[in-house]
Design a binder for this molecule. Structure first.
Ligand code: FMN
Length: 316
């Protein structure tokens, strides 16, 4: 049984991965997607999206971070995968699920689920290009418009030689609208010989137990649920308690993220925006997050926000 932190572009960057894996309970991370078009990307592109490459491919807490690639050209993806592996990526993940129109228009992400043969060619080329010891994994949705090719896509990914497959239980057109179809994850798991990781709509310990029971998968990937409730991973690892920890135990992690963002950028906008973004999701779990948001809503200067946070940490 393992727990994977989902890749989330614009939300789960290296700072968020650092904080969430230090909270604990997460076994594996995947980077935001690295977009591959027609060129071999420079080292700095990989190191920007996966700074963990400079620390052995692991977060500060020692959790491995696979590098996710998004594109449609098998040869170019293979070259970039080989480069990421040579830079120390502990695994290469392939994105076959992104629903963004700007990505799909350029034949990337979920639109590839209309072409199972291309999925196989991509996985095969990437598998051949990286060392045998480096896992090559894929992440798919159930289809583009409908689920008619779901099993064919999963089997094509297996035929290409993938080591593991994560299934987000929705089609592209279903977007992020609940429910996620955990029964379809089970159908895919039953039809392929490789480990399948279940993903979609896990917000609580009860959801985690339910997705495992319904999908039959041992490993679960969680995205928004872990950002909205960072201690969910620890409670999953310990099989309880059901209720989240107190907000006072979470606030120091929020301040930690804000300060790391501030150190990284040296300007005001980025750390303040990241803080507000995270508080927006934490509100789902703690009403106090909404109060904190209100306290800093009008602030634009990072130094003033930090002062407000210091007051909150002192319980004022
Ligand atoms: C803001 C955002 C960004 C995302 N970026 C990526 C991405 O870069 N790569 C990817 O494979 N999936 C991406 N996803 C999909 C998530 O990895 C995950 O499959 C989805 O959120 C469902 O899981 P959840 O219900 O646990 O959040 C993104 C989702 C969100 C909400």
């Amino acid at each position: 049984m393992k727990l994977v932190l989902a890749p989330m572009e614009g939300l789960v960057d290296a700072v968020m991965r650092d904080v969430l894996t230090r909270v604990g309970g997460i076994d594996l991370c995947v980077t935001e997607f690295v977009r591959v078009t027609s060129a071999l990307l420079p080292n700095r592109t990989f190191e920007r999206l996966a700074p963990e490459l400079q620390t052995g491919g692991k977060t500060r807490a020692g959790v491995p971070v696979r590098v996710q690639l998004l594109g449609s050209d098998p040869a170019c993806l293979a070259d970039n995968a080989a480069k990421a592996a040579s830079l120390g990526a502990p695994g290469i993940d392939l994105n076959f699920g992104c629903p963004a129109p700007s990505v799909n228009r350029h034949r990337g992400g979920a639109v590839l689920l209309k072409e199972p043969e291309l999925l196989r060619d991509i996985v095969e080329a990437v598998r051949a290009a990286v060392p045998a010891a480096t896992p090559v994994t894929a992440k798919m949705r159930l289809g583009y418009e409908d689920k008619s090719l779901a099993l064919a896509c999963a089997q094509a990914i297996v035929a290409g030689g993938a080591d593991e497959l994560t299934v987000h239980g929705r089609t592209k057109v279903e977007g992020y609208k609940p429910p996620a179809h955990w029964d379809w994850i089970a159908r895919i798991r039953e039809s392929v010989p490789i480990p399948v990781v279940a993903n979609g709509e896990v917000w609580t310990l009860a959801d985690y137990r339910a997705i495992r029971a319904e999908s039959g998968c041992d490993t679960v990937m969680i995205g928004r649920g872990l950002v909205a409730c960072p201690d969910l991973a620890l409670r999953i690892a310990a099989d309880g308690p059901d209720a989240p920890r107190a907000w006072s135990e979470t606030l120091p992690w929020v301040v930690d993220l804000f300060r790391q963002c501030r150190e990284r950028s040296g300007e005001d906008r980025y750390p303040v925006a990241r803080l507000k973004q995270w508080l927006g999701l934490l509100k789902r779990t703690w009403p106090e997050a909404a109060e904190t948001f209100e306290r800093i809503r009008r602030e634009q200067e990072a130094a003033r926000v930090d002062l407000a946070l210091q007051g909150l940490l002192r319980g004022e």
